[in-house]
Design a binder for this molecule. Structure first.
Ligand SMILES: Cc1cc2nc3c(=O)[nH]c(=O)nc-3n(C[C@H](O)[C@H](O)[C@H](O)COP(=O)(O)OP(=O)(O)OC[C@H]3O[C@@H](n4cnc5c(N)ncnc54)[C@H](O)[C@@H]3O)c2cc1C
Length: 514
């Protein structure tokens, strides 16, 4: 007898839980409530993690797909635009050391690789400025669109900074009011298994027993289903990524009209780095560091020094973090998404994007019946494992290229035994050819495309041998692309509004609905 999958139960009401519920319910909307249900069970006693303010441009299509209004996101989540990240003091540690990883691709990226031309040209401009306008837009404090640009459309590619404590309740209202998700506030006390080993039901304190066909574990670091119940081991990667503690602080703006940076500022410290994210009402600032290389007191001192006088009466929240992920993500009829699946330091805002990609895959591949679930689970696991691996590589790249000698943290980060073999091979290859478009990045929906690798590599002073024939062969096309970049940069710098002004207008007037 075929066992149909019609009852999806999401456990956990943080960003992962509500994105999972929303994306699955939106995809299967036509079957709800007659032949399909999505239930989200959330503890009224365990708070969500409430950090995680940087996102990736994929969030625009995810929110649009589930029917969320972008205007309401700005109104209800204290959101701002994010156009990339500035990495300060990562390469040499000097005060003038820094580079952008913007969200726009280099000019004509699919037609021409501008790296060899930029390397051969030597006109003194940074790689980012030579190929893309977004660094200058960020320097000028401009927004990536105007009030006349429709919801989710961009003039310059963007994602968001948002208040994580407001985002999950915002998604909750949308999922329950518009998408038919059933919300149960209850603590899961026990997980019941069937004789086959599948999860049959959850015993909750306040709402009795809840049965399901597919369970999505979004219980955060607790990993109640995938870890505690099904015993899937956690694979640490702390030998590659050393940071294991975060200190977070909420810093008020100097005045209500202070400019808001439209990029994440990431400033390297003696044994880690500080994130600085501007929201309309405050900044979120935090220090992620390796407690093997510095003490908590010293890390807190560095954080307070960074914030300056404004830090005087502010409290710091300490969050232990563990870099790594589950050995497998989908086991039997349970799939882990979000912190229950794993965690990597938030250097490139890779957590929420991975949640989005995972829930999209689950929604699209939703097994019709239990009989096909293991086949889909195997596919999901292969794709997800690949993605975790690539994110680890990409984060490590930021450390592996450092030239800093001022502390053991930076020196240890360059030791070959701490660099994954795949990344070592790529670094060798990139000495002779730069990453571009199709090579090595062959999966659909890579978290970080080749353009991201270009920005980090050449932002950090990496050098690729340039074949003169390559430069000569496509010189005219490259010159045209770089000239177009100069013209586009000027157009955008004169045409885009100031970041804070646009957010105020969006909140007051709203963006055009798509
Ligand atoms: C310091 C730090 C900075 C970060 N910065 C970023 C960033 O810039 N960008 C980014 O993309 N990500 C970032 N992240 C990661 C991001 O915060 C998370 O990926 C995201 O918030 C998803 O969390 P979650 O929903 O998996 O877990 P949580 O928010 O912890 O939610 C867990 C849920 O499970 C429920 N629960 C637990 N036990 C039970 C039970 N027994 N019964 C019922 N319910 C239960 C809880 O009530 C809660 O609703 C950061 C993380 C940290 C630690």
């Amino acid at each position: 007898m075929v066992r149909p999958v019609t009852k999806v139960v999401v456990v956990g009401g943080g960003t992962a839980g509500w994105l999972a519920a929303g994306v699955i319910a939106a995809k299967h909307r036509s079957r709800i409530p007659a032949s399909f249900s999505v239930t989200l069970v959330e503890s009224p006693n365990t708070p969500i993690i409430g950090v995680g303010e940087g996102t990736w441009p994929t969030l625009r299509s995810t929110l649009s797909r589930i029917g969320v209004s972008e205007t309401e996101l700005f109104r209800q989540c204290d959101a701002a635009f994010k156009q990339g990240a500035w990495f300060g003091r990562w390469t040499t540690g000097a005060s003038n050391d820094g580079y952008y990883h913007p969200l726009m691709y280099p000019q004509n990226f699919s037609q021409i690789n501008l790296v060899p031309h930029w390397l051969a040209g030597g006109d003194g401009r940074s790689f980012c400025d030579a190929v893309c306008p977004q660094g200058r837009i960020c320097d000028d404090g401009l927004a990536p669109k105007t009030i006349a640009t429709a919801e989710y459309e961009a003039v310059a590619n963007y994602s968001y900074h948002l208040d994580a404590g407001k985002f999950a309740p915002f998604l909750q209202r949308h999922c329950c009011d518009k998408l038919g998700v059933r919300h149960v506030l209850a603590d899961v006390r026990r997980v019941n298994l069937s004789e086959t080993g599948d999860i049959r039901s959850l015993e909750t304190e306040q709402a009795g027993e809840i049965e399901g066909d597919l369970f999505i574990d979004c219980t955060g670091f607790k990993a109640l289903l995938i870890g505690e119940t099904l015993g899937v081991p956690f694979k640490s990667c702390s030998d590659v990524l050393f940071c294991d503690t975060a200190l977070a602080m909420q810093v008020p703006h100097a005045t209500p009209t202070s400019p808001i940076a439209s990029h994440t500022i990431s400033t390297a410290q003696s044994a880690g780095w500080i994130w600085d994210i501007g929201l309309p009402t405050r900044r979120g600032v935090g220090h992620v560091f390796s407690s093997r290389h510095t003490s908590v007191d010293h890390a807190e001192r560095e954080l307070r020094e960074y914030v300056g006088a404004a830090a005087k009466d502010l409290t710091v929240r300490r969050i232990p973090i563990r870099s790594g992920c589950r050995e497998t993500f989908w086991k039997r009829n349970c799939v882990a998404v979000g912190l229950s699946a794993g965690f990597l330091e938030p250097l490139e805002s890779s957590a929420i994007v991975l949640i989005e990609m995972s829930v999209k895959l689950i929604a699209e591949q939703m097994p019709v019946c239990r009989e096909v679930m293991d086949v889909i689970a195997a596919r999901f696991n292969a794709t997800t494992e690949y993605r975790w691996g690539r994110i680890i590589d990409f984060l490590k790249l930021h450390y592996a290229l450092t030239q800093r000698e001022d502390s053991a943290f930076w020196r240890d980060n360059r030791l070959p035994e701490t660099i994954p073999e795949r990344l070592q091979n790529l670094l060798l290859l990139w000495r002779y050819q730069s990453p571009w478009y199709h090579d090595e990045f062959d999966r659909i929906e890579e978290v970080f495309p080749a353009a991201s690798y270009q920005y980090v590599l050449y932002g950090m002073g990496f050098r690729t041998e340039v074949e003169p024939q390559i430069v000569a062969g496509s010189g005219k096309t490259a010159e045209r692309a770089m000239r177009e970049n100069v013209a586009q940069t000027e157009r955008l710098r004169t045409g885009l509004p100031r970041h804070r002004d646009l957010i105020r207008k969006i909140v007051e007037q709203g963006l055009q609905q798509v």
